[in-house]
Write a new protein. Structure first.
Length: 93
């Protein structure tokens, strides 16, 4: 899965930013996968919870916000845009 300068290998579960390999936890990988499968689309927290954590996860949890923060630190904050009151959008470079 390649979007801009970011690539995910779904088989080997590695991520590359340009020429650099980025270490991601299993949840970070799945969250990034959801974003890369829907570039430039706003994904609600509920959609991300369902895609990454499953439907039985507490919708009042801030776990999505925490993990988006992890991805911002590892991949650059400008890639992940907060859409206030709705969710997040991945903006590829």
């Amino acid at each position: 899965l390649n979007v801009g300068d970011l690539a995910l290998d779904l088989r080997t579960r590695w991520a590359r930013l340009g020429e650099e390999t980025v270490e991601l936890s299993a949840r970070e990988f799945e969250l990034l996968r959801a974003f890369l499968e829907h570039p430039n689309q706003v994904l609600s927290r509920e959609q991300l919870l369902a895609l990454v954590w499953g439907y039985d996860y507490d919708p009042g949890s801030n776990v999505v916000d925490v993990y988006v923060g992890y991805l911002r630190r590892k991949l650059g904050g400008e890639r992940f845009q907060t859409v206030r009151g709705v969710g997040y959008r991945y903006r590829p470079r």
